[in-house]
Write a protein that binds this ligand. Structure first.
Ligand SMILES: [Fe+2]
Ligand SMILES: [Fe+2]
Length: 238
């Protein structure tokens, strides 16, 4: 079975406006992982899941998925979270295309709850978005996306592993909201958690060379910075 946007756009042409604006915004953000390709993957999964869930309001689900990671365009995401700041940005975009208050409110709930952190998904549209986004992290392929996240957020390998392991454990404990997402996952998120734990174990126990830093090469820890900006009176160590 294939899933298309055409009929939904025919029913509400403003969805195309949101699609084009979202595509423009993500292109401007130019991120390695949280870009329009990721949004398209989530949107496809959301349409797959929605086909098994009735009734679904597509004029809420589709903008919700399209705008769910728009919060990365605001530097405030580092402190407030991209889910929380993204809801405000999504609301402004929707209003500019003439969406009314109830729709804006429902889409904002989808964006705010897509991580299950700022709030938990309560509507079927928010639950589908949550599941579609969690499925991006299920299976071995997520390790490739992980490399892109490390680049995008400037994390160390250890920081990335600690955060991803914590997030995957929480998602596994919570479970998926929809039966279709559980079927698509088929245990793959647990498989990814095992792989992340294996990499963490490897880099902590046997392959320290993968996480070595510049400091590890110097007995005198002030040496590297002294070479970059020489300090008067600096004397090289033994
Ligand atoms: Fe996100
Ligand atoms: Fe996402």
């Amino acid at each position: 079975m294939r899933y298309f946007l055409d009929s939904h756009v025919k029913e509400d042409p403003r969805l195309l406006d949101v699609y084009v604006e979202a595509k423009r915004c993500y292109a401007e953000m130019d991120l390695c992982q949280h870009n329009f390709h990721h949004v398209i993957r989530d949107l496809y999964r959301a349409l797959m899941i929605a086909a098994s869930e009735e009734p679904v309001k597509y004029n809420i689900l589709i903008p919700g998925v399209l705008l769910h990671d728009i919060g990365f365009s605001d530097p405030g995401f580092k402190t407030e979270g991209h889910d929380a700041v993204g809801a405000g940005i999504a609301s402004k975009i929707l209003r500019s295309f003439g969406f009314g208050e109830p729709t804006c409110h429902a889409v904002c709930h989808c964006v705010r709850s897509h991580k299950g952190k700022a709030e938990l998904p309560e509507t079927i549209e928010a639950k589908i978005l949550y599941d579609a986004d969690v499925l991006e992290k299920s299976g071995a392929v997520a390790l490739i996306h992980g490399g892109k996240i490390i680049c995008e957020l400037g994390q160390t390998l250890d920081e990335y592993l600690r955060k991803e392991i914590e997030d995957r454990k929480r998602e596994i404990d919570r479970g998926f909201y929809t039966a279709k997402a559980r079927e698509i996952d088929n245990g793959s998120i647990a498989k990814l958690l095992d792989l992340l734990l294996e990499v963490q174990e490897e880099t902590r126990r046997t392959r320290l060379d993968f996480v070595v830093s510049e400091d590890d090469l110097w007995l005198d820890k002030s040496a590297p910075s002294a070479f970059l900006s020489p300090v008067e009176g600096y004397v090289a160590g033994p």
